[in-house]
Design a protein around this ligand. Structure first.
Ligand SMILES: NC(=O)c1ccc[n+]([C@@H]2O[C@H](COP(=O)([O-])OP(=O)(O)OC[C@H]3O[C@@H](n4cnc5c(N)ncnc54)[C@H](O)[C@@H]3O)[C@@H](O)[C@H]2O)c1
Ligand SMILES: [Zn+2]
Length: 345
């Protein structure tokens, strides 16, 4: 499949969808490369990693911390890493974020690459140069912007991915389609089953198109001052739901996308039938579409959202399927809208 070059801030990342992990040695010499992965990847795919030195960390958001980064620094010191070493993160979004941060800060920056192993990491977390860790309960509070040199997406990793993790990635693919590609949206509508079965052509299509959407947006707006905010479609409310109710990310943004679609309908930019199409597509992947918890906890989490500026929120709405628009919405208006929407769910 065609590679994509993403250039930001004078640095180019080559993204290789559908490339075998076996070709990693074309990008970095095995004897001077350190792989960072979590325990699950080492157990499931350790055979592929055997030519390389490995630093293993514990899986899970609770381990996306400075303490974990510290254990990585200690091991990099022990194995006498120098400035010519390449660090490669092999894993989901957590591994990409931790690896990117450790590689950027150790020795003032080492060469780094990713081999994302979840659908979410292949279409989203591995691309765009954001990295970081959680701090005092706040997600991604500490981190940097720095692109990896390469992203190698081997689709065969996805075969061992649990269905719930696959759904997280599918929610992001649907988000990408909704914000900028109505043709992709129609393709997903018609091909749910082949996508779930991880048919190679289908995976190639959804990963390739999603990568194109993300790289196009990110290359125009590296630091999220404008257009990159579109990637947050469904995420303002989604993050709040994730935090308040503890749903998985994909489930929470699924509900967030439906609420944002309904808000768009209320503001007159999205037809009712399109809202129904969005709900129906998400449902066909068993993603939830309704708020099940209390408005106060959700609103409280939205208020704490670090992206809030003053009392207004940059909120992403749809002006038709495949076309996102950024509107400023007051916190009170959002509160009323969420409350009002709940009456109609
Ligand atoms: N930097 C960014 O731009 C960006 C964008 C989106 C998300 N993120 C971050 O990504 C993280 C979420 O990433 P995620 O959804 O990939 O979760 P994850 O990294 O936690 O991976 C999910 C689970 O699947 C396991 N796993 C990974 N690959 C597997 C495989 N091939 N087979 C079986 N199991 C596998 C992992 O061990 C883990 O238990 C969050 O921390 C989020 O903040 C970052
Ligand atoms: Zn997301």
């Amino acid at each position: 499949m065609k590679s994509i070059d993403l250039s930001i801030a004078g640095k180019t990342c080559i993204i290789l969808p559908g490339t075998s992990f076996d070709s990693l040695n074309k990008f970095c010499a095995p004897d001077n490369t350190v792989i960072i992965c979590d325990k699950n990847i080492r157990i499931l795919h350790g055979d592929k990693l055997s030519p390389y030195r490995i630093i293993e960390v514990e899986p899970g958001e609770g381990h996306k911390t400075l303490e974990t980064v510290n254990t990585i620094y200690e091991q990099l010191l022990t194995i006498e890493t120098d400035r010519s070493t390449t660090i490669v993160g092999v894993g989901g979004g957590i591994i990409c974020d931790i690896t990117g941060f450790a590689a950027t800060t150790y020795l003032r920056g080492l060469a780094c690459g990713f081999a994302p192993t979840t659908l979410l990491a292949q279409v989203d977390a591995s691309v765009g140069g954001k990295n970081g860790v959680n701090y005092h309960g706040y997600k991604n509070l500490i981190g940097t912007f720095n692109q990896p040199g390469f992203v190698l997406c081997d689709f065969s990793f996805l075969r061992t991915l649990p269905y719930d993790e696959l759904r997280n990635g599918i929610a992001e693919v649907i988000k990408s389609a909704l914000i900028s590609d109505s043709t992709l949206f129609e393709y997903i509508e018609k091909n749910c089953k082949v996508i779930i079965s991880l048919n190679n052509d289908a995976v190639e299509r959804i990963v390739g198109d999603s990568l194109k959407i993300k790289t196009d947006i990110v290359s125009r707006d590296e630091k999220e001052s404008g257009e990159r905010r579109k990637l947050n479609f469904g995420h303002t409310i989604g993050h709040a739901i994730e935090k308040a109710i503890g749903l998985r990310h994909g489930e929470a943004i699924s509900i967030g996308m439906v609420l944002a679609a309904k808000l768009s309908e209320m503001r007159g930019t999205l037809a009712r039938e399109d809202v129904l199409r969005i709900e129906s597509l998400l449902t066909s992947f068993n993603l939830p579409t309704e708020i099940g918890s209390d408005r106060d906890a959700i609103m409280d989490a939205i208020r704490k959202d670090k992206k809030r500026e003053g009392t207004d929120i940059h909120f992403v709405l749809l002006n038709g399927i495949g076309n996102a628009i950024i509107e400023t919405i007051g916190i009170t208006e959002l509160e009323e809208a969420i409350f009002d929407l709940r009456q109609h769910l």
